[in-house]
Write a protein that binds this ligand. Sequence first.
Ligand code: PLP
Length: 440
Amino acid sequence: MGKETSDFRYNTGATKVPWAAVGENYNLQDTMEFVKFLMGGKGKEYNAALKEVGTALANLSKVSTPPGKLSMGDKVAEVEKMIDKYLGVEEGSSLFVSNCTAALELGYRYAGIGPGDEVIVPSNTFIATVAYPLSVGAKLVFADVDPVTVNIDPKDIAKKITKKTKIIVPVHIGGYPCDMDAIMKLARKHDIVVMEDAAHGFGGEYKGRKLGTIGHFGCFSFHEVKNCTSLGEGGVFVSNVKAYRGEARRARFLGVDFSSKIKNWLYNISLIKGKGDVVYQASNNASVTEIQAIALMQQVKRYGRILAERKREATYMTKRLSGVPGILPQDLGNADMKPTFHLYQLQIDPKIVGGDVQTLKAKLEEKGVTNIPHFGPIYRFAASIGRGFDEKKIAKTCPVTEYVFDKCYTHLPIYGLTKDQLKFMADAIIESVAEMRAGK
Ligand SMILES: Cc1ncc(COP(=O)(O)O)c(C=O)c1O
């Protein structure tokens, strides 16, 4: 039997002297440690159950064989197909990568972002959205946000587009859809790439299309805090640009190209072709493991239930908070706008409440409602200022961000809470706002 097709790290299959892809397999003790980590506990009952698992695993280990590959194998290919289907995109559009930050880099590199190029981003997001352009000396142009959704405001994007704008990166904050029609219209008019930062948006919908599938590219995060996860870290890059799919696939692993070989060697390293005359050398290894792929598939299988639960919890909170003077609860969406409720967004009207959200946050913390850290205006960070961005000047171009961030807006925990916890939180908000209105 001949060798199976292989690359330089692959299991060479059935042969007299094989080359195993996995240098050191995991044994029974290792597997027990995984079980103990993923299903921890203590006490008599736990210890007895664990002992039973130990016996069962020991029996299994006598008759089982370890996996032939741990990195970038069939399971990774399988989850990519599953995600293509879930998102309703062409097969081959989704690429499973190490995290959303790595996915975003693939889109920025397609657009050829370098020093001086302008990148339109929302003023208020996580640093990952802008890390690549900031690191290469591009000019971040901060678009102000919509006062209700706190998503990037297309009207402000329109004002800030110049001849140097190469990419617009809308972020579906908290999983609430951005106004994609307006953004895509601007992008078409000016021939600008759109990359959706859908880190919070997996499964959300805008006018019948899944978030992350509307722009040229979409990037998802499967970090542990997101709605579903691939064992703590992971991301997906979705490409609507057909010609870039294979390029991005190679860029995921340093540009290694198994479709071509140099003399006496197993592969080639090719440059990656982006938009127009953009060509670059991939510099990242964003590979993922088979275990991560299995973990993600399992969570995607029950994702409908996860989204439904988040929606139920958000609906309860919004019902409780609606009609309370000065409180603006999370919008629950409609047939055209289906949020993922990754975050429950709460706003207050400081003029009605008689105080700002910083006071509300302190009161909630005192009462025992956790304060979730949320995203700060990027232009306030030392890294942005150090790159030459003038905080005060930019703040003047983002008046809504300044007002809403300081005075109105916060996130609440939502998922996995009991009915009692949700009730306690709603009561605490209503009470705190009443205290503020009474000048207490
Ligand atoms: C808006 C946004 N974009 C990108 C990311 C980066 O995701 P990852 O941790 O998978 O790199 C995050 C992570 O929280 C995020 O909140």
